[in-house]
Write a protein that binds this ligand. Sequence first.
Ligand code: PLP
Length: 395
Amino acid sequence: MVNDEFKAYAEEAIIHTYNRFPVAFDHGEGVYLYDTEGKKYLDFGAGIAVNALGYHVEAYNDALKAQIDKLMHISNLYYTEPMADAAHKLVKASGLERVFFTNSGTEAIEGAIKVARKYAFKKDGCTDHEIIAMEHSFHGRSLGALSVTGNFHYREAFQPGIGNIVFANYNDLEDVKSKINEKTCAIIFETVQGEGGIYPAQKEFIQEIRRICDEKDILLILDEVQCGMGRTGKMFAYQHYGILPDVMTSAKALGCGVPVGAFVVGKKAEEALEPGDHGSTYGGNPFVTAAVSKVFDLFESENILNNVNEVAPYLDQKLQELVDKYDVVKETRGLGLMRGLEFNVPVGGYVSKALEKGLVLISAGTNIIRFVPPLVITKDHVDEMIEILEDVLKG
Ligand SMILES: *Cc1c(COP(=O)(O)O)cnc(C)c1O
């Protein structure tokens, strides 16, 4: 934990947009983190679902070091091998057609929105198309991504947003249907809502929306920034439902630590964007795409999906036992290693206590603890986590 002097030093120079926990992390090893004072922590947050492979992964680090010595950056005016390779691997893993690399999840959402508007514009030349987004969704903090984020508290002071966004209730088919009209160009949602409280899409909801989108030539945009990249036990969460989106956004674990995102388009929208329509100076530079490429290789060689599918049911079972045992714990839900534990009370105090006891947890909303550990955890790590968490719950 950090002392007051260091805390004051940091706060003095950083805009106060986060209430940070009083800890400064220094390095990691496997699924453990160490702070600047050498204290060890078991990590069930993974830098908000980013560090899927855990820490100090030699093969990953070596690939990045090698790329640093060759070429960090060259701009999108030229080809690079790392970008072409990473794009092919992402296309193969997603079942979609083409990739645009961004620097974050937010920018991936911006790109997806532009694809939808351009696709509709090319059809009728109009500029008044609508996008349906979901209540309690989270898509990022830039003005475009914020405009489709279903949390008025985040949006209020920054109005007006991009306009022509209509909100519907997640997993409420009738509500979504009632908001579709001839101006609707896209429907966007997270395949598993993350910030909103770990709610997986219901099968009937997502499949019926897919059908309606096909029927009415509306683009289905699925945000896989948090739930993608193996977290739910499939490479992308929509693969649980036997459907494909028209546009998919990825980030977080895509680079396992380097700032990279992507929007990936399927057959229908693959030619919506044309030269001059979109760009990024850094987007997909050789350094970050060398990381992406290595991440896909390691997911295969380390059998990451198998591990998720083996450990996730055990985590679910252990969390269910907490629901049965403690009155303050209400329910557990999720998919794979993306799980929520909902309490009848705010969880902030529990999260802080856990951190003091050497367990990194994160919340989603006020009443939910979110479990998004590195995807390489074992059942023993689950036991270790539960032991500390029970300690905290017993006060
Ligand atoms: C984190 C997140 C984003 C935003 O990604 P950034 O990399 O923080 O810009 C968008 N959508 C979802 C579902 C997320 O969890």
